[in-house]
Design a protein around this ligand. Structure first.
Ligand SMILES: Nc1nc2c(ncn2[C@@H]2O[C@H](COP(=O)(O)OP(=O)(O)OP(=O)(O)O)[C@@H](O)[C@H]2O)c(=O)[nH]1
Ligand SMILES: *[C@@H]1O[C@H](CO)[C@@H](O)[C@H](O)[C@H]1NC(C)=O
Ligand SMILES: *[C@@H]1O[C@H](CO)[C@@H](O)[C@H](O)[C@H]1NC(C)=O
Ligand SMILES: [Mg+2]
Length: 376
């Protein structure tokens, strides 16, 4: 329900009175005060909807432990219907019980309708941010003739998004900038959601707390082989980085996920980054920042079409141990054209609305076996 802002203080004060009667904890009281302060001085990019604050507060009474985490959705204004579809499922299957906030990011300002309709579906709070110019656009030091030639070469090979500069901006932004955005600075963990995805199962546990309690830095549902045309020099550039910065590469990393010959060649395996739950501080670490900077200077985001999926995956497998990376079998998920549908008991427990035979895990193109091999 979209409630005019002027009613917020009134309803909130009565809510606060109600919770005082219930003899709430100090933290909950502090949270209510903070919420009230924000409402009496609303920022333009902050929307707090009434139903939602109620849901979050009710929830907090029964679910006192939470991670410092948010959903992150990069989208254009025209992605609205696909975004609504994704967040409705996220709310129904998970977030109505767990109450995490959302951060929406865009290279242009979100239109009022985008904010209005998404905040109607969301049971908690959402912030809507614009991406700084230099975090999105092709850097000045990229040679445009070489970039044009690179796009034409991929177009001739019929590669998806071969000709698109915005797609490349998006891949570079997701690889190296989103976790540094002003609106994400306050969070430790994020869950990336894209438009038009499916969540098939109820979740009765909190994946963010799982990450935190088990010291995981990166989690996925689908791992697969990349089209190598888009990353022709990515592995060579990565090997140069390893040689120049050995201090950043920990012993016992998950290299086996990426390579079957000790790092000589890249097998193309990557985690499918349209879904990810991960530790923002891992991306912000000196090691990953150095890796991203090295790739960015090499220019492959524009001269080729390096995707954020192989970049994140190589970053995670090179700079973390296998036990810091997690496969969320319980999360039934689809991003066209692939599905992870949990089999057996896990399917039943989650009341999953997918056919368990429709499962990417054990087909040839899947890299789940390479992930498992990285533990050996
Ligand atoms: N703001 C903004 N978001 C974008 C732009 N291009 C892509 N995105 C978002 O970035 C994410 C990835 O883009 P997609 O178009 O889904 O790319 P993909 O997943 O590789 O390919 P398909 O989903 O198969 O089209 C999605 O969340 C998009 O909404 C853009 O130019 N501007
Ligand atoms: C819920 O409780 C936790 C821990 O007591 C607190 O940090 C948080 O701010 C509260 N509110 C929400 C909506 O998370
Ligand atoms: C990668 O580097 C090796 C050794 O320097 C070279 O032989 C090979 O051609 C390079 N591959 C690409 C795709 O540039
Ligand atoms: Mg997509």
């Amino acid at each position: 329900m979209y409630v005019p802002t002027r009613y917020f203080p009134v309803v909130l004060l009565s809510l606060i009175g109600f919770y005082y009667l219930l003899n709430i904890s100090r933290e909950e009281r502090e949270y209510l005060h903070a919420l009230r302060d924000r409402l009496s001085c609303p920022e333009s990019h902050v929307i707090i909807d009434l139903d939602s604050s109620h849901a979050a507060l009710t929830k907090n009474v029964t679910q006192p432990r939470k991670a410092n985490a948010a959903f992150v959705i990069l989208a254009r204004n025209q992605d609205l219907s696909g975004v609504l579809d994704s967040i409705q499922q996220n709310e129904d299957r998970f977030n109505k019980k767990f109450g995490y906030p959302y951060v929406f990011l865009n290279d242009e300002p979100f239109e009022p309708d985008f904010i209005k309709y998404t905040s109607e579906v969301i049971s908690t709070t959402a912030e809507y941010g614009v991406i700084p110019h230099d975090h999105w656009h092709q850097p000045k030091w990229i040679n445009e003739d070489r970039a044009t030639a690179g796009r034409q070469k991929l177009e001739a090979q019929d590669v998806m998004y071969a000709e698109s500069v915005p797609y490349r901006n998006m891949c570079r932004f997701n690889s190296g900038f989103f976790f540094r955005h002003e609106l994400l600075k306050k969070y430790d963990y994020y869950w990336r959601i894209e438009p038009d995805i499916k969540f098939f199962c109820d979740l009765d546990f909190d994946p963010f707390l799982f990450m935190q309690d088990n010291k995981k830095v990166y989690a996925f549902t689908i791992a697969l082989h990349e089209y190598v045309e888009t990353i022709e020099t990515l592995w060579n550039t990565t090997k140069e980085f390893i040689q120049k910065y050995p201090q950043h590469i920990p012993k016992g990393n998950a290299l086996r996920f990426l390579s079957e010959d000790g790092g000589a060649t890249y097998n193309g395996c990557h985690f499918w980054s349209n879904f990810e739950i991960a530790d923002l501080n891992f991306w912000r670490s000196p090691a990953y920042m150095a890796y991203f900077e090295y790739l960015d200077q090499a220019g492959g985001f524009y001269y080729e079409r390096w995707g954020d999926a192989p970049v994140h995956s190589i970053g995670a497998a090179l700079l973390a141990r296998p036990d810091q990376i997690h496969f969320f079998n319980e999360i039934g998920y689809r991003h066209s054209p692939w599905t992870h549908c949990p089999p057996g008991e896990t399917h039943k427990k989650g009341k999953c609305s997918c056919d368990p035979k429709d499962n990417f895990d054990r087909i040839d193109w899947s890299c789940l076996k390479d992930f498992e091999a990285s533990f050996a």
